[in-house]
Design a protein around this ligand. Structure first.
Ligand SMILES: NC(=O)c1ccc[n+]([C@@H]2O[C@H](COP(=O)([O-])OP(=O)(O)OC[C@H]3O[C@@H](n4cnc5c(N)ncnc54)[C@H](O)[C@@H]3O)[C@@H](O)[C@H]2O)c1
Length: 301
């Protein structure tokens, strides 16, 4: 308390002194310029992003490159992944990777190291939707295993192999894509929802160990975003509706007036969490949902 009072007195004293010698506009400019910051930078950093051939991963790869990073795009879709890398330019490289195969994930990490000598950012983003029936009594455990294999085991493999190369350097930032369906029940089929709750759990559990090695791990929970992942699901729910109509329907479900959640919004969150601006943030689930999870569904005033 005494320290706070002292800081306040120093600040007030400084301002009174400025007021004596400078006109008001100059005082404002001086104070503002002393607090002005540059945008988050990834200059010199190397990132590996799984599921980056399309959607959120692709938008994030483009964002990271725009902020100075070199990016390895790891995806199961060989041709699309290669096309994405070509589109993003010389700072993007593609490697074929199925996150359900530990050897592929390990190989992608080793590829980043052999090409760039370092790995600063690992973004475990690959994930798939689940088309199983809604009721637990109809649950197909083979489908459950398949989804958990990609959405949870694939993330765990990424965290494991990123940690393998980051721990000796005593630094690194690991990101994962969770979902608002991993925050609240009733938003998706159980299998998908459970897989995303598990991603949040991975982040919380691993943060406790990795902080001792100077490595941060966080996840992002997006709201529904019009990527191939969701558009395919929606086209089955609304047969005959074209893409424009589907996006319109999707955006009507948003909560925040005047803002539609897009891949670039998730890329912005990833940029912050991957950058040194978030140097004290670990074990966090950054929810990017326009406030949707903060309201009780059906209660709008
Ligand atoms: N779109 C949404 O509404 C939404 C909302 C919340 C969370 N998410 C999550 O965002 C992440 C990215 O999805 P998206 O919306 O960008 O969809 P997307 O379909 O555009 O991208 C997913 C990418 O993951 C790749 N992939 C799938 N299985 C893979 C595997 N076994 N190994 C490697 N790559 C694989 C696909 O080829 C694809 O390029 C997923 O984890 C998804 O669960 C999406």
């Amino acid at each position: 308390m005494a320290l706070l009072m002292l800081q306040l007195m120093i600040c007030c004293g400084l301002f009174i002194k400025l007021a004596e010698v400078l006109p008001f506009q100059d005082q404002f400019l001086l104070l503002r310029s002393s607090t002005r910051d540059s945008p988050p930078s990834l200059e010199g950093k190397v990132a590996l992003i799984t599921g980056a051939a399309s959607g959120i991963g692709k938008a994030t790869a483009a964002k990271f490159i725009n902020h100075g990073a070199r990016v390895v795009i790891a995806d199961i879709q060989h041709q699309l992944g290669q096309e994405t890398a070509n589109e993003l330019g010389p700072d993007a490289t593609f490697i074929s990777c199925d996150v359900t195969k530990e050897s592929d994930v390990s190989g992608a990490v080793d590829f980043a190291i052999s090409k760039y000598n370092q790995l600063d950012i690992m973004y475990n983003n690959a994930g798939v939707a689940c088309k199983s029936p809604h009721s637990i009594v109809d649950l197909d455990l083979a489908v459950f295993d398949r989804i958990m294999n990609i959405n949870v085991r694939g993330v765990m493999a990424g965290v494991k192999h990123a940690s393998r190369v980051m721990i000796p350097r005593r630094r690194g930032a690991i990101l994962c894509t969770a979902s608002i369906t991993g925050l609240m029940g009733g938003l998706a089929q159980h299998t998908y929802s459970v897989s995303k709750f598990a991603v949040v759990g991975i982040v919380k559990s691993l943060a406790a160990e990795l902080c001792k090695h100077g490595i941060r791990i966080n996840c992002i929970s997006p709201f529904a975003i019009p990527t191939p992942f969701l558009m395919e699901e929606m086209s089955q729910m609304y047969p005959g509706a074209d893409d424009e109509k589907l996006v319109e329907i999707l955006y009507r479900t948003g909560t925040l007036e005047g803002a539609n959640c897009e891949p670039n919004d998730i890329a912005n969150a990833a940029l912050y969490l991957a950058s040194d601006d978030a140097k004290c943030v670990s074990g966090h689930n950054l929810v990017v949902d326009g406030g949707d999870s903060g309201e009780k569904h059906g209660q709008r005033f």
